[in-house]
Write a protein that binds this ligand. Structure first.
Ligand code: LRH
Ligand code: MN
Length: 427
């Protein structure tokens, strides 16, 4: 946790400028007929889960550059996520990856999280790596494997992940499968899909009451010729075949160049199968960069589909918003603070779209006015609104500035030495 006054002190230095900006924005919005207070109320409801695997520095096959003070275990990862929640007031849940962050004592981890004001979003299974002591390899796949014993092993792992999630108070599981082939002819494209569906049916059948299962598509990597769950169509086929508690998860980085991702989102909404997101950004492949850092307009267009759907779907429209990133050159906490800020901004801009006017121009094919209506919202500087929503909940006007002023990273650099460190055994 941050020191008591840290956020207040940081906010004091920004207070006057913030007040001026907010008043100016309020006047501009009023002039447009938008109501500041209802926008702030809806923005306040935007929450996103932080992935446990993004608090340590990430890397590529070419290298990893660790920083001083990064978390040494899942408990310290929760401590860092709590700091992000304190500063942004928008990250009350953690998405855990098993076995990467498997707690040796789930009730103890749940209590540690609760004490930090945190809960658990979707748990993630992992049948894309062979664990030490694992009897059968996933080299040629898991749910799609030609050997029933490998499929059994993968199903058993997912049932175990559900069990851990149940103890943590989670209510959903995300299944991303690396399953696929590197060469034409290597894998039967239909049988591999049928085996994957049959394996997922066994996991689906074991879902506790109220749980949802998310299937996550990805076009390539680590498979470089064909991936079993390659695109949204494959994911939707699985969700529809499994049942009403199966949904599609959209990782923004899992689309081939020039894919219209907001259209994919609109299709999954139309099918009532949009389960959630892994927010991030990318320039080329699955780059897992800070959401909104490369294609902020695309992120806005995705948020625009979500706000539009909430308008006609009502409260039942509740996709799980989660982040999935890898921080190779930024301090992971700072990268996540920027991510949450970028997501809040994109969502705030989407809330400011004049939907009556947009529909009016769309229905009359007034292309220019329709595009202008959308752009006007996108080009609105919503930073004072996002800062105000954080301030009203006790958060930071400028989370990065407050985080740096807090000295939290210097403190963890001092306390989290690896020398002689023994991971906690059931605290
Ligand atoms: C696959 C993926 C998946 C996670 C992993 C960490 O690329 O997006 O969601 O399991 O990253
Ligand atoms: Mn993902």
């Amino acid at each position: 946790m941050l020191e008591a006054q840290a956020i207040q002190t940081a906010n004091e230095t920004e207070a006057d400028a913030h007040r001026r900006d907010l008043d100016a924005r309020a006047e501009q919005l009023q002039h447009r007929g938008s109501d500041l207070e209802s926008t702030l109320e809806r923005l306040r409801a935007f929450e996103v889960a932080v992935p446990s695997w993004a608090l340590g520095t990430g890397g590529t096959r070419f290298g990893r550059f660790p920083i001083e003070g990064e978390p040494r275990d899942v408990y310290e990862k929760l401590d860092d996520i709590a700091v992000i929640r304190e500063l942004t007031r928008a990250t009350p849940r953690v998405s855990l990856h098993i076995p990467w962050d498997e707690p040796d004592d789930a009730p103890a981890l749940r209590a540690h999280a609760a004490a930090l004001g945190l809960g658990f979003d979707a748990v993630n299974s992992n049948t894309f790596q062979d664990q030490p002591g694992q009897s059968l390899s996933y080299k040629f796949g898991s749910f799609c494997h030609t050997d029933a014993a490998v499929r059994d092993q993968a199903v058993a792992h997912n049932l175990h992940v559900i069990e851990v999630g149940r103890k943590l108070g989670s209510d959903s599981i995300t299944v991303w499968l690396a399953d696929g082939a590197n060469y034409p002819g290597q894998m039967h494209l239909r049988r591999s899909f049928e085996r994957t569906l049959a394996s997922l049916e066994r996991v689906y059948a074991a879902l506790p009451d109220g749980w949802r299962l998310f299937t996550e598509h990805k076009p390539y990597e680590p498979a470089f010729y064909a991936t079993v769950v390659q695109d949204w169509g494959s994911s939707l086929m699985l969700a529809q075949a499994l049942g009403e508690r199966a949904f599609c998860l959209v990782d923004l980085g899992h689309h081939l160049p020039n894919t219209n991702i907001e259209l994919v989102v609109a299709r999954l909404i139309a099918a009532d199968r949009l389960g959630g997101f892994h927010f991030n950004d990318a320039k080329y492949g699955d780059d897992d960069l800070t959401a909104g850092s490369v294609r902020p307009f695309q992120l806005f267009l995705v948020m625009n589909e979500l706000v539009d759907a909430a308008r006609d779907r009502g409260a039942s429209f509740a996709p799980s918003y989660m982040i999935d990133q890898s921080h190779n050159v930024k301090d992971p906490i700072e990268a996540l603070l920027m991510t949450v800020d970028n997501l809040q901004r994109a969502y705030a801009k989407a809330l400011l779209v004049d939907r009556e006017a947009l529909e009016h121009h769309q229905e009359r094919n007034d292309v220019v006015m329709a595009e202008r209506t959308l752009r006007e919202a996108y080009e609105t500087d919503v930073r004072p609104l996002v800062a105000e929503v954080r301030r009203r909940q006790g958060g930071a006007l400028d989370p990065i500035a407050a985080f740096r002023a807090s000295g939290y990273r210097q403190r963890t650099a001092g306390t989290r030495s690896r020398a002689g460190y023994v991971p906690p055994q059931s605290l």
